[in-house]
Design a protein around this ligand. Sequence first.
Ligand SMILES: [Zn+2]
Length: 311
Amino acid sequence: MSRRSPPEPKPFFFIGLKESLIKDEFIQHDKFIKENLTGQLKLQLEVISEYLFIGSGNYNFIQNPQLVYYSFFRSNDKIVIPGSSIKGAVRSVAEAISNSCLSIIKKKERYPPTHQSCKFNLKTKDKNKRITKLCPVCRLFGTTDYGGRVNFSDAKILETEKKMIEIVKIGNLFRPRINKQMRKFYENKKFYPLKNQMPEKNYRFVEAVKKGAKFETILTFQNITESELSLLLHATGIKQNFKIKIGGAKPRCFGMVEFIPFEFKILNDDLISFRDGSIEDIIKNKDLIIEIKELEIGFSEKEEKCPKGNY
Ligand SMILES: [Zn+2]
């Protein structure tokens, strides 16, 4: 009789919802507040995990060996990480750190009413009944009917593309069927290539960018408070004991990146000239930082292998 091998440990972790979600009035975009900060931070992104994959939604073919693969996102024929992917990843970390609402709720998943997405409150057609209070992250990143005050530009690759690209075989991806009423993130485990590199059922090929590849993006922010800027910096992992994940194939332990700041400019009161910002000073402001320890532990580098099979 054959015994089934024990299931591979799953590569994700959960962060519990904290009790106090404090919603506040959102800032009108046309109302410039003197104490608020406007500026930009240039960032280099380095791929730390074995691979990074951002799907284009398309697939491609190669002849030898003959196979079909999912292609990496491109803009003007060049590999880029879309700014929206970076923003989404930073947002979900910011939500956990600041105990904000769950902006993405999958169907059938139930969460406590305290953390329901703010957009449900904004939906009402009766303007007098509209709720004007949003959680910290919706105020900063935006929600339905309310544009955010931060943006990331598409990140361009700095190296010669060809050197940094590889077609990688991975097990198919499935969403874990787990609903613990908690926030889910993927861990930083080790990816090992599959022995059999031929096409087979339940596996796919993806065009991935290799470890060590560097990209460049610009984070722009307008009219945000120091505590919001601090939250934003914390959520990128800058000067923190963790790095965050972006893109797809996270269940295969792809996507961990390091953000390295290299130019930080804040607009002066004259609204024309800029001064150098200090990341060290900004991140001292912990007004919106509710929890960070669980993320540090969850995102820390693990020696364990990433699961190869389906789970
Ligand atoms: Zn919200």
